[in-house]
Design a protein around this ligand. Sequence first.
Ligand SMILES: Nc1ncnc2c1ncn2[C@@H]1O[C@H](COP(=O)(O)OP(=O)(O)O)[C@@H](O)[C@H]1O
Ligand SMILES: [Mg+2]
Length: 205
Amino acid sequence: MKTIVFANPKGGVGKSTIAALFVEWCDHNNISVKTVDGDPNQTFNTWCLYRAKEGRPIPEVKGTTELTIVDTAGTSNSALSWLNKADLVITPFKPNFADLDLTVQWFQTLNSSLQSKLLFVPNMTGQASEHVYGMDEIEKITTETGYGVVLSKYALKNRDAVYPEVLKGLPNNFFALGSKFKNAQTEFSALAKAILKHGNKLAQA
Ligand SMILES: Nc1ncnc2c1ncn2[C@@H]1O[C@H](COP(=O)(O)OP(=O)(O)O)[C@@H](O)[C@H]1O
Ligand SMILES: [Mg+2]
């Protein structure tokens, strides 16, 4: 069983949204998952409840769960204990000036074994000059430490009409929704595949 932990002490970078979308994607692709919410605010658990209320509970797993998806707040004790169990750490970040310091400082406090399991995912990208600055900053820190990967080709765009819908609990699977969601579905599917590919690569190393 593989454990994927979403972490970044910076709030509002998309951890819960991307964790939820990843669960939706797994569901859509018949990959069995278990969900764990390590954030005291319980955003992820609440989303699971909303889903269940829409008639879409997380499917009961028969046999072995393929993936355990853990959302965290990044700094709490429970986040740290989940990080120590992680096979893969997903760190969404907003590539802009104001948001990166905390993320970079936190990354530097992690041991190299954890750093080597970490994938940075650019989220809510859009503004040109800030974007370049933010991407450079994260690329620099992974190059300097020699650990961590930036999934720069799989950034999620800022899509105010689409992504904020997710945590409200959709009546249907996100990947089965109509044309308004097409670009986001394509964008996220590519990211999800990249995440699994990196996970498999790490497992083989
Ligand atoms: N790519 C995106 N485009 C637009 N809004 C987004 C995007 N990703 C996340 N959001 C919104 O940003 C807010 C914070 O996201 P959330 O997943 O709760 O962050 P975190 O869990 O890191 O605190 C939410 O309102 C969410 O809907
Ligand atoms: Mg959250």
